[in-house]
Design a protein around this ligand. Structure first.
Ligand code: NAI
Ligand code: 15L
Length: 273
């Protein structure tokens, strides 16, 4: 049977707030969890991913988990380890112990951020798109934690039969705000469509997908996402003219424009390690 009760971790965050609004329309009953309390949601679970007892209780009886909680930008290695690496491990252990069958993991483009973007004029042909099996090339400690999360997901499938769809999300915000985002933007509505497909497709084992809308300037291969039943409806192109007029187009010689991860590739590391 299709999952109905879904634990949404990171429910207080940007994406969590968007999905709280959109996913109930697909018939899901959401159980919410975050480090921070959520206004207007008295039943939300306020817990840290380091609290294993709280996680056990939070996952008990749910059909699936959408795991968004964690640090969502670059931070010190210590902080990333605690929230994203240990925290994701703690959540998977709780899921395994309680018999939850499926996780949808919010991975990121930054797990493969040092992959060169397609060069030349969009739209890019299929053979120029970044493939799904491109090797991990994290661009930050943050991206490294997403590479780890994908490996953890593979391990829990191989070892324990716990399924995951790892979604390498591009930029999921109400509107694209940079020229790079024209290529990796995922509209919130398409985000909900993709999460719904990831929750309901059969036999996903551990599947990795890129998460974006069907953008005219797309940089990556959406075929594994489509194979789950995802049919993106949106395209960033209506925002292109204004963003390019304001910010200028991507330049071939500029390092911050050369890779999938954008400016993350040359942002200074966060100290102390
Ligand atoms: P966000 O930073 O707005 O939300 C993250 C939430 O996780 C926050 O509400 C925070 O309180 C919670 N959190 C952090 N540490 C926690 C802990 N130790 N225990 C419990 N909760 C904790 O981030 P956003 O944009 O909503 O992203 C959600 C997820 O999607 C993140 O994992 C992020 O890495 C991933 N992602 C998001 C993208 C986007 O475009 N929004 C792009 C790629 C990945
Ligand atoms: C991410 O992984 C971040 O969580 C999000 O805030 C954006 O920066 C996004 O990537 C992006 O690459 O635009």
């Amino acid at each position: 049977p299709a999952p109905r009760t879904v634990l949404l971790t990171g429910a207080a965050g940007g994406l969590g707030t968007l999905m709280r609004g959109l996913l109930p329309k697909y018939g899901y009953e959401l159980r919410l969890l975050d480090l921070l309390p959520i206004e207007g949601e008295p039943d939300a679970i306020t817990a840290d991913l380091s609290d294993r007892a709280a996680l056990r209780e939070a996952v008990r009886g749910v059909d699936a988990i959408i795991h968004l909680a964690g640090i969502s930008l670059e931070a010190s290695f210590d902080k990333i380890v605690k929230a994203n690496i240990e925290g994701t491990y703690n959540l998977y252990e709780a899921a395994r112990e309680e018999g939850v069958r499926r996780v949808v993991f919010a991975s990121s483009n930054h797990a493969v951020g040092f992959t060169p973007r397609p060069q030349g004029e969009p739209p890019f042909g299929d053979s120029d798109l970044i493939p799904i099996d491109t090797p991990h090339r994290p661009d930050t400690f943050y991206g490294l934690s997403k590479s780890f999360g994908e490996d953890l997901a593979q391990f829990y499938w191989d070892k324990h039969g716990l399924e995951t769809v790892s979604v390498r999300i591009g930029s999921c915000f109400s509107e694209p705000t940079s020229v790079r985002m024209l290529s990796v933007w995922m509209s919130p509505e398409d985000g909900a469509r993709l999460f719904h497909a990831a929750l309901t497709a059969e036999d996903v084992r551990h599947t990795v997908v890129y998460g974006s809308s069907a953008n005219t300037r797309l940089w990556w291969d959406l075929s594994t996402a489509r194979a789950l039943g995802y049919e993106p409806q949106d395209d960033s192109e209506p925002y292109a003219e204004k963003l390019i007029a304001e910010q200028g187009d991507l330049e071939p010689g500029n390092e911050a424009h050369a890779y999938l991860g954008g400016h993350f590739v040359n942002d200074p590391p966060v100290w102390p390690y």
